[in-house]
Design a protein around this ligand. Sequence first.
Ligand code: SF4
Ligand code: SF4
Length: 504
Amino acid sequence: MKSIMTIPEKYRPIIDHEACIRCKKCIKACSYGALEFKDDKVKVGKGCVACVRCVFECPTDAIIVNELPKQFAPHAVFSPEIRRSLISQANSGGVLLSSCGANAEYMDIFNDILLDAAQVTNPSIDPLREPVETKTYLGRRPGKVVVDENGKIDLDASETPIVIMDMPIMIGHISLGSISYNAQAALFRAATQLNILAGTGEGGLHNDFYPMAKNLCAEVASGRFGVTSHYLKEVSCVDIKIGQGAKPGHGGHLPGEKVQKLISETRMIPLGTDALSPYPHHDIYSIEDLQQLISVLKESTEYKVPVGVKIAAVHNVGAIASGIVRAGADFLTIDGLRGGTGSAPRVIRDHAGMPIEIAVSAVDQRLEQEGLRDKVTLCASGSIRTAADMIKCIALGADVVGVCTSAMIAMGCTVCQQCHRGACSWGIATQKPELTSRLDIDIATQRIVNMFHAWNEELKEILGAMGIDSVESLVGNRDRLRYIGPNPRIAEILDVKHSGEGWG
Ligand code: SF4
Ligand code: SF4
């Protein structure tokens, strides 16, 4: 037996040679080298990842990408996926890497939850005729409300800094380096146009993006790359990243080949060196240590911006969340296990953590029981795919949802899960100039704006149908949810009644 075994291909492009006009656009489009031109024909080789860029480029619809039949004998326990992984490890001896969200068939609890609607005794609201408020406030709740002579709440006079967004959505932290300049520019521009927030991700902020800083949330991760006092003072809020749902307990790794001039300048590290963020913050081993960092960041931003903490959803998430609020965080982000990432060991991505539905409800309940819930803005992220997921997540306890992968899909990402290879054919998760130029910033921005605008309209529709005139009134309103899934114990933990159970 050879020391390296071939792993059976999963996908294969099929060319209709009658329809093909031999323009070679598909060959240029394929950044994984799966197509070549030989003997006056497009020939299919190995390595197709089903990014389907070729399908979109073909002017004559002459190409499709097929999933191949499983090339293994049937077996109920050792699935083709497991056998593929084992062969790959036996070949390389290395940790299997992947990206862009857990791929295991976990329970999708959002799909097991139904929303309520109003009728007769609690009439619905028509959002086309009556106002339905989706404005959202991010920051520590003020201890007192100051009302001016016109009866309006004076936000400037409140004790704590607050960010006002037009919808309860924050584009999550995706760093420059994990994605291209054009992709990050589109995310930031979209956030500015929508008046929401976008996370900078780890690694600082490129000079070109400072004019959009009022719609940005700076991430302070364990590597502290690119973090300067100027940067922190320019943005709207600062987020200490302790953990990430896609890889709880893990740090960050940007391979040296991705650290090109743009990234090296922004992160303030030498060209071509690996950017490794430690697994823990080496100055944080207790809630008291975290409290110190929160204080330092508030001090260095002159108490003008909210300072938050992001943690991964793991088994002790409620207790940790409670400690973080007591430590003075103005907002708290819980990131669930199905969340996306640019690169993660597959074993962590697919097997560690907790679904966001359970985590957000557990944290909301715990903070409520301890009298802390009103002090903090609770953000939830980790596979919020649609407006329906967003609405259910808010009813489970979130004030704001963080969204990454859906925003990338709006830009063109086809979720092929190859981000870690740095050869994204859509010009998103790559630093290769010939690929990054494929992403048109204006078009990508408009597509993200369109998608989130549509989500907000759907949010208004649902709120109206529920007879609720403000998204704030939906936060933690679990009585407007019902569970229809197979495991009633999950409903108990979520504090959601089963379908068929009435009010009260
Ligand atoms: S893009 Fe379509 S028409 Fe052009 S060479 Fe490829 S298969 Fe043929
Ligand atoms: S960003 Fe690119 S490489 Fe990553 S999943 Fe999307 S299409 Fe694939």
